[in-house]
Design a binder for this molecule. Structure first.
Ligand code: SF4
Length: 378
């Protein structure tokens, strides 16, 4: 039974009700278990993200900070997205790259990819996340076969965030240097998924949701899963995501897992999030994740603003991007006029973000290898 079969047999709206019904004594029990470094279960996690846990956020942050530093030392992995193309055949309501948005699309050729990589290396990065819109024809496997070896020459750790592929394709890309794949479900609620993904291959919710399993089968080193907070009731999506993580841990225990749960930002076409998540709630969610799973890698992107990122990173974050550009070719050549995929909320330079990390006693890591990020300090 795949995770898709498991989660679609449940109405995930009930998770939100379960979270809201958690009592103060259930929260207290979860906090005590976290204090004693005991393994938390899904019920504890629900309690920690519930409204009754709000008075405990300060203590949750202190515990999350302790466990993050125990498991990861002071290192924070720095990665940069490399957009190869903004071509996309899908129509996701919340994204600037959606096919109905009219702007000039670009697909980088081999020479341009090389120039982008050189510009990225010059910024200090060797931890590169290749990003594309979803286009089988001009941004599919034939394109990746040509471009991934070029990027690989410039990367100590190479991740991808592209359209879901078949197991054999992932296995082939692994031989070309692929280390990690991020594939976010956006929302686990079938009705909401359908409502926000109007056309294109991404409408196939099963194929997308079973991607982490195909990645595990292909032996990819690290798999990133996540949800886009704001599309649906975040409590329901966060619990569905926790169940997805548990499923992957159980069936693919040899795969490293990372998590991302960006808050939706306004995008081209006038899109506004339906279920906004406040800063305090976001801190509560991040801390609850750390207490639920001490080993979990958690990343945070430039969708979040400077103030929030500087506050949350020392507490529980293991990977961040900085100096990001969502325009293909934008690191080598200024593309300020391009339509962005989403609005970047922290536009500080790499040097400024690095300085802020150091002031918080953290060590930016620009060169990640397969096992360097997890330092078993404890
Ligand atoms: S979210 Fe991804 S698949 Fe959807 S329109 Fe944007 S780039 Fe395309």
């Amino acid at each position: 039974m795949s995770f898709y079969d498991e989660i679609t047999s449940i109405d995930i709206a009930s998770y939100a009700k379960e979270v809201d019904s958690k009592t103060e004594s259930e929260v207290f029990k979860a906090i005590c278990r976290a204090r004693n470094d005991e393994k938390l279960d899904l019920g504890d996690f629900m309690a920690l993200i519930s409204p009754k846990a709000k008075p405990y956020i300060k203590e949750m942050a202190s515990l999350a900070h302790k466990y993050t530093r125990m498991r990861f030392g002071n290192g924070v992995s720095m990665y940069v997205p490399l957009y190869l193309t903004n071509l996309c055949t899908n129509n996701c309501k919340y994204c600037g790259f959606a096919c109905h948005n009219k702007f000039s699309r670009r697909v980088l050729n081999a020479e341009e990819v090389e120039l982008e990589c050189l510009a990225i290396n010059k910024m200090g990065y060797e931890n590169i996340l290749v990003v594309t819109g979803e286009s089988e024809k001009r941004g599919g496997m034939d394109y990746f076969r040509e471009m991934i070896p070029i990027v690989q020459k410039h990367a100590s750790y190479l991740s991808m965030e592209v359209q879901p592929l078949d197991t054999e394709d992932y296995a082939e890309l692994k031989t070309l240097g692929l280390d990690a794949v991020m594939v976010y479900q956006e929302t686990y609620h079938p009705g909401c998924y359908k409502e926000n993904h109007l056309s294109g291959k991404k409408t196939d919710m099963r194929y997308r949701m079973e991607t982490p399993e195909r990645l595990g089968d292909a032996g990819i080193d690290k798999v990133g899963i996540g949800a886009l907070l704001g599309l649906y009731d975040w409590k329901a999506d966060i619990i569905a995501l926790a169940r997805h993580l548990e499923y992957m841990r159980k069936h693919y225990w040899q795969t490293r897992m990372s998590l991302s749960f960006p808050r939706l930002r306004p995008a081209a076409g006038g899109f506004e999030p339906q279920y906004p998540v406040g800063d305090l709630e976001m801190i509560q969610i991040v801390c609850a994740w750390r207490l639920f799973d001490h080993q979990l890698e958690i990343s945070i992107s430039t969708r979040e603003n400077q103030r929030f990122r500087d506050a949350i990173v020392p507490i529980a974050i293991t990977a961040i991007s900085a100096g990001s550009c969502t325009s293909p070719g934008g690191y080598a050549v200024n593309r300020a006029d391009d339509l962005p995929q989403f609005i970047i909320n922290d536009d500080r330079s790499v040097a400024e973000v690095t300085e802020a990390l150091k002031q918080n006693g953290l060590e930016p890591i620009f060169r990640e290898s397969r096992s360097s990020i997890v330092k078993q300090v404890a």
